[in-house]
Design a protein around this ligand. Structure first.
Ligand code: GLA
Length: 728
């Protein structure tokens, strides 16, 4: 059904397979939001809007004294400004005449086949065979001649609706945007909902917090210049009763990697408004006559099947409609070893070859040379920006090094941190004006490096040329793209004083342009994103990189929480996960089981492992290859919550056809003389019989899901179990 306009009552209803979303061009041509939830059968839900004379909630002039019509109490698709709606705003614009006002009336709209695209920002896309329709509604402010264009694409089979906003200035004078949200969603009845978000910090990203909505504005945001370790541009609004398996859940995932804001406001009348978009901090964007400003896309999902149901919608969609890399569908990710925790910056070509040789015995397929190979880079005080090989370390040259690794039958990967510069670098000496510093003020130090002004075309072009030169010089199979500080000292020497409020956003636009020119022109290279671990782990980044480094924290027990939190929106196929030396008390086998929660690899000095340890690693690498299709392509189930007190953490991957599954358990706490514990599986066919671990048990799906598997009690600390279930 896609998108239906009912001419009689002027409703527009968007239908996915299991959901409907309704709006109406109503009273005085305002665009009202009526519904988002389980499928509607062409009803007009405007009967829900009850109107009363609400004191102190003014009435638009054109309502001609009708005191019961107040925008403060009406659910809107995109709220107005200075029209008597005092809730958190969708837009704050300064018009050409200096006034702060926007009163958008729905004028033209169109319904077309296919997905809209944005010119400056990454978006999801439609694949062949997807049923996708797009609605475009223009809200016009007739006084300022400013259009807010609302875009909706409906992915019918995927149960996904995307939204984006464009602002077009048709007037004669420049306007200035101070706040412009990508989505505004008003719930007529918003009581009884919880807000779930993914706060964290360096080394502890995407921990999960859930709080009841109360009568104030709940803010989830980042003002660090990137989407950040501290918050993630993803929120869920759900029934307060919602569990993993039941209950209504709404997800909002913003495709943006810079400062973002999500606000959820439960208002005086128990209406709930959710807005999400670019953070207004230090954001003043000029839109000249004839120009259009694009806001990033928000990917929305709704399900009645609880938080797991919501995660599955995002996992399925982000696995297929987000990143065009061959490594998403066609080519399997290699098992890699990364040099960082093996040698940090203390390595040369010989050391790397030694690590590769030892790793070869562990079933490793790719050696990644991390930080330290370029410029003058023996510690983190120098070298960033000088993207040429350090001949004192890589004595044989990059080409010959890569050949040696390739001769071992392994592939080669390399690390970059393109957005940064060290003061002690040739680049900084040649172009101090490229570094972000506020004139006349000493800059904020962070890892002794400064951000390059990515808003500048010359900086972008320099990086495109230098990074491409390295990628084209040798047989590079993989790139890790890092960024290791939050942005401060926001200033661009290339922009006049009155444009400095555009720098945060222009940085991100410049970054996307640079990544397009490097990543999209190297379709055979596997890219992994990183920001001091998972500091910029967002949907826009995953448009470019099929995988992202979850965290610099490799401790396997902490990783249980990191993988759990990340999985609320991002699939295991995106999660970089390695075995390292971190966690001395944790057995190697357990580290492997945890790393199989994502894209499996190693981050240790392989030359220090014993022959037995290397053999065990080889078995684990082979297991990852064997289970690849279940882990990377299957459904993911959170079986227990590692943030709650309990003795074990369990999770499960199951193939879509429910014929095969991998259930993993880590014993996190040993209690004396405790009860026998069982883990119940999910996502199986009740009446199919499964062989568990090649005949250890032969049980029906029903038994596995309802009675569960016993977890042996008398085991050493941090023992892990894997149960592979195969239909027979
Ligand atoms: C960041 C990354 C690490 C490593 C270092 C190198 O912290 O998260 O994995 O690449 O940078 O400096």
């Amino acid at each position: 059904m896609g998108i239906v306009h009912n001419k009689t009552n002027n409703t527009i209803t968007l239908h996915t397979k299991n959901t409907s979303y309704q709006m109406k061009i109503g009273n005085l041509d305002y665009l009202f939001h009526l519904y988002y939830g389980p499928t509607l059968h062409d009803a007009d839900l405007s009967y829900q809007i009850m109107q009363y004379d609400r004191g102190f909630s003014g009435n638009p002039y054109e309502s001609l004294g009708e005191r019961t019509f107040s925008l403060d109490a009406q659910p809107q698709e995109f709220s107005t400004q200075q029209q008597g709606d005092f809730r958190t705003a969708s837009i704050e614009v300064v018009n050409g005449d200096g006034s702060y006002s926007f009163s958008g009336k729905a004028g033209k709209f169109s319904i077309t086949d296919g997905k809209y695209r944005l010119e400056t920002l990454p978006t999801v896309f439609a694949n062949k065979g997807d049923t996708v329709k797009t609605l475009e509604v223009t809200l016009t402010d007739s006084v300022s001649d400013v259009d807010v264009i609302l875009l909706y694409s409906v992915f019918e089979e995927a149960d996904i609706i995307t939204r984006a906003v464009k602002v077009k200035n048709n007037g004669k004078a420049p306007i200035h945007l101070k706040k412009i949200m990508s989505v505004c969603l008003d719930f007529i009845n918003g009581s009884g909902m919880d807000l779930l978000s993914l706060p964290g910090r360096y080394g502890q990203e995407r921990q999960v917090e859930r709080q009841p909505m109360t009568h104030h504005i709940h803010t989830i945001s980042s003002v660090r210049g990137s989407s950040s370790h501290q918050q993630n541009p993803f929120v869920v609004l759900c029934d307060k009763e919602a569990t993993e398996d039941f209950g209504k859940c709404y997800g909002f995932s913003l495709m943006y990697s810079g400062n973002f804001l999500a606000e959820a406001e439960l208002d005086q009348y128990d209406q709930l408004r959710l807005v999400m978009g670019i953070h207004p901090k230090q954001f003043v964007y000029e839109v000249k006559p004839g120009e259009t400003f694009e806001c990033p896309e928000v990917v929305m999902a709704f399900t009645e099947h609880g938080l797991t149901g919501l995660s599955h919608l995002y996992h399925d969609f982000y696995r297929t409609n987000l990143c065009e890399s061959k490594f998403v569908t066609e080519i399997e990710r290699p098992v890699l070893i990364n040099s960082w925790e093996a040698a940090f910056m203390d390595f040369d070509d010989k050391k790397l070859v030694e690590i590769a040789k030892a790793a070869k015995n562990m079933g490793v397929e790719l050696l990644v040379m991390d930080d330290g190979w370029f410029g003058k880079r023996d510690d983190d005080n120098s070298g960033l920006g000088d993207w040429f090989v350090n001949k004192n370390k890589i004595k044989c040259g990059l080409h010959a090094l890569v050949e040696q690794i390739n001769d071992l039958g392994m592939k080669f990967g390399i690390w970059f941190e393109p957005e940064m510069v060290s003061e002690d670098s040739d680049l900084y000496r040649a172009h101090p004006e490229w570094a972000m510093k506020i004139p006349g003020r000493p800059e904020v130090r962070s890892r002794n490096q400064i951000a390059l002004d990515m808003s500048r075309k010359d900086v972008q072009n320099y990086l495109i040329e230098k990074v491409n030169a390295i990628l084209d010089d040798a047989n590079i199979y993989y790139v890790k793209w890092d960024i290791n500080r939050s942005l401060a000292d926001i200033w661009s020497n290339a922009l006049p004083a009155d444009k400095q409020g555009e720098v945060y956003h222009r940085y991100i636009l410049g970054l996307y342009r640079t990544m397009n020119a490097i990543i999209k022109t190297h379709p055979d290279i596997l890219f992994e994103g990183c920001s001091g671990g998972g500091g910029r782990f967002d949907a826009a980044m995953l448009h470019y990189y099929p995988q992202y480094w979850v965290s610099d924290n490799n401790h396997p027990i902490d990783r249980l929480k990191l993988h759990y939190g990340t999985s609320f929106v991002y699939p295991p196929s995106c999660m970089g996960a390695h075995i390292s030396d971190s966690g001395k008390l944790v057995p190697l086998k357990t580290k492997a089981v945890v790393a199989m929660g994502g894209t499996f690899g190693y981050e240790l000095d392989a030359t220090h492992l014993t022959v037995e340890e290397q053999k065990l690693c080889k078995e684990q690498s082979e297991l990852f290859r064997k289970y690849y299709h279940i882990i990377i392509k299957g459904d993911y189930y959170r079986l227990s919550n590692p943030f709650e007190v309990g003795n074990m953490t369990a999770w499960q991957h199951a193939t879509k056809d429910r014929q095969e599954s991998l259930l993993s358990v880590v014993v996190t706490n040993l209690t004396c003389n405790g009860p026998q514990e069982y883990v119940r599986a999910k996502g199986l066919n009740a009446d199919t019989v499964y062989s568990v671990n090649d005949g250890q048990y032969t049980l029906s799906g029903s038994a596995l899901m309802n009675a569960g598997l016993p977890i042996p009690r008398e085991v050493p600390e941090y023992t892990a179990f894997q149960f592979h279930m195969k239909a027979i």
